[in-house]
Write a protein that binds this ligand. Structure first.
Ligand code: ADP
Ligand code: MG
Length: 613
């Protein structure tokens, strides 16, 4: 009988572990940054080349390692962070599994140089594919420098799964940004192919968030500081007027560790329910502290997931903390009724729900559809930052940039001059600034003017796209837009495609892009918001699906931004033009939102209502 079972050599077990921990350059960087922070570093430099495939180098000024520890750190399950079984229940460091260094060293050409402050020289260890090649003394500043070259050179399957240089660099940028937000007291820098993408000095959280998500957004943040029971929540959250179409500006941490956790996510969205639109996400950085014994971070090797001992109490504690801030904040500030003015009781949970529901109904919370109606006045902001102003109660702010004049709405001439159905209608008038009422024989035709304009714009965009590209309009003063690193990577990857749908976006260093031109139909709307929405659509595409496959959704998104929402009186001439344009629109073709555009009420139906029959 032969022996079938053998214990694997460590070079192989490390490679297997690497499969779990090291997915891509960004995961290497996450592990190394965690180590630097655990080592007490206050200044960390990250350099990458070719998105991290060719080179990753992290330099920190932490406590470094002795020669013995440096050699040990490359052994599997070697850690300075826990000693006993019971330590696992109270982990205060970011690392503890003792797996990262040996895993990374097993799938790259790896160099560790490290020096303790009270030591005269440092130690340099060179490892190739998990085999130590060289150990020697070296001169260096106190701290640690880890260099990872040719990641996955010996695991071709992994190498194949890496995405483009821009995409990988984008993930690295996001990883560094998450770490940077978690530790404003530490200086970080990130350089990619010699270009500086990020440099932040030590500062406070508010400033750090601004550096990560953009100054425009950060000015509308509100502080959260709650410490009820076991769950402590601190940080900043945005109001409903500063939202994003992707969750990329939601930084959530549990005991200092960045997590993407369903319970946390759910609690946040519950708190914002009724305050922001579906498909919109707040900007926030939230630090949730729970006693270490209450949370298990050892669920997955990447430690992005956690498990709570008392899930409901974390969920409700977090939700309550956010609702508390949302309730106090200016956009929901409630002008007390005169009678109750003396002692306005703090709203109960129920009252609060009703209020946010009412606010949502008044469209306060629907940034793309500012409502004109008066019910909203009740909720008019009582002072505040100005960022949170409600579109309902206050006239829209002066545009900050000057644009070239836009041509007035002018339908393309009809092919034949024979009047179509809509042109043949007798216009009765406009109802509520949103509907056009017409008569056709013995029928009353009600047209939703927004839906109609949107459909007309959509068809026009499709025609333009097929004829070579969506017409674009240059901005007189290009605007800069601060994105997440992965969004900026999308701009790089889809630049040509974006040009075909009317956008001219140029990288401007870091995660900033310059918006030089927009699709003409949407150029006088909220252009920057449109750009963000389009990038969110592109992000959802991934890489495999062709841009052209999603073109209808993208054009629909642009069309949606081209339409003036809410109460919008039209002159007779504009109504006639719209009806004519509708006749040139293929209403049978796929429509942007699937909403009806017109509705017919027959004389018979009216007579029934009035009980004439
Ligand atoms: P873990 O972080 O889970 O302990 P790692 O494999 O990431 O495991 O690191 C192994 C050990 O090497 C750490 O416990 C720490 O003592 C040491 N180490 C790693 N990186 C650094 C660093 N940048 N500075 C000082 N010590 C470090
Ligand atoms: Mg570690």
């Amino acid at each position: 009988m032969s022996q079938r079972i053998a214990i694997l050599p460590e070079t192989i077990t490390n490679k297997i572990a690497a499969g779990e921990v090291v997915e891509r350059p960004a995961s290497v960087i996450k592990e190394l940054l965690e180590n630097s922070l655990d080592a007490g570093a206050t200044d960390i430099c990250v350099e990458i080349a070719a998105g991290g495939r060719r080179l990753i180098r992290i330099t920190d000024n932490g406590h470094g390692m002795s020669r013995e520890d440096a050699l040990l750190s490359l052994e599997r399950h070697a850690t300075s962070k826990i000693r006993t079984d019971s330590d696992l229940d109270g982990i205060l460091t970011l690392g503890f599994r003792g797996e990262a260094l040996p895993s990374i060293a097993s799938v790259s050409r790896f160099r560790l140089a490290t020096r303790e402050a009270d030591s005269l020289e440092g130690t340099e260890i060179v490892v190739e594919g998990g085999r130590v090649r060289d150990v020697k003394a070296c001169g260096m500043a106190p701290g640690t420098v880890i260099t990872v070259e040719q990641l996955f050179f010996n695991t071709p399957a992994r190498l194949k799964f890496l995405k483009s240089v821009e995409t990988e660099a984008g993930h690295v940028g996001d990883t560094v940004a998450r770490m940077a937000v978690s530790r404003p007291d530490v200086a970080f820098s990130l350089t990619s192919d010699g270009r500086e993408l990020l440099r932040v000095q030590r500062s406070d959280l508010r400033r750090r968030i601004a550096q990560a998500v953009g100054r425009d957004a950060a000015s509308g943040l509100h502080e959260v500081a709650s410490s009820g029971g076991e769950v402590t929540v601190t940080g900043f959250i945005s109001g409903p007027s500063v939202v994003r179409s992707a969750a990329s500006a939601m930084f959530t941490y549990i005991n200092g560790r960045f997590v993407r956790d369903k319970v946390v996510q759910h609690a946040i969205m519950q708190a914002y329910r009724g305050v922001i639109d579906r498909g919109r996400y707040p900007i926030l950085a939230l630090f949730i502290q729970v006693p270490p014994g209450e949370v298990d971070v050892n669920v997955h090797p990447t430690k992005h997931e956690v498990r709570f001992r008392r899930q409901a109490s974390v969920h409700d504690g977090l939700q309550a903390a956010l609702e508390e801030v949302l309730r106090r904040s200016p956009w929901l500030a409630h002008r007390p009724e005169p009678a109750a003015a003396a002692t306005p009781a703090p709203p109960t949970g129920q009252a609060y729900r009703e209020r946010i529901a009412a606010a949502a109904q008044a469209s306060l919370a629907l940034p793309v559809k500012p409502a004109p109606a008066s019910p909203a006045a009740r909720f008019a902001p009582a002072g505040g930052t100005g960022m949170e102003r409600s579109a309902a109660a206050i006239p829209p702010p002066e545009p900050v940039s000057v644009r070239e004049p836009v041509e007035p709405f002018r339908p393309e001439p009809a092919a034949g001059e024979s009047a179509g159905y809509f042109s043949s209608l007798a216009v009765i008038g406009q109802f509520h600034g949103e509907y056009i009422l017409c008569q056709s024989g013995i029928e009353l035709v009600v047209i939703d003017q927004h839906a109609a304009s949107e459909r007309v714009a959509y068809q026009r965009l499709r025609r333009q796209f097929r004829a070579g590209g969506v017409e674009s309009q240059r901005l007189l003063f290009p605007e800069t837009l601060e994105l997440s690193f992965s969004e900026a990577a999308l701009v790089g990857r889809f630049r040509e495609d974006l040009a075909r749908i009317g956008f001219e976006l140029e990288p401007f260093g870091g995660a900033t892009v310059i918006v030089a031109a927009l699709p003409r139909v949407a150029a006088d709307g909220e252009g920057m918001r449109l750009v963000r929405d389009i990038l969110a659509e592109l992000a959802a595409l991934g890489t495999s699906v062709a841009f052209d496959g999603a073109i209808d959704d993208l054009l629909a998104r642009i069309a949606c931004h081209s339409v003036v929402r809410g109460f919008h009186p039209l002159e007779g001439r504009q109504i006639t033009e719209l009806l004519r344009a509708m006749d040139e629109t293929d209403f049978a073709a796929s429509c942007p939102h699937g909403r009806p555009v017109s509705h017919t009420i027959t004389l018979g139906e009216l007579e029934k209502i009035f009980k004439r029959t």
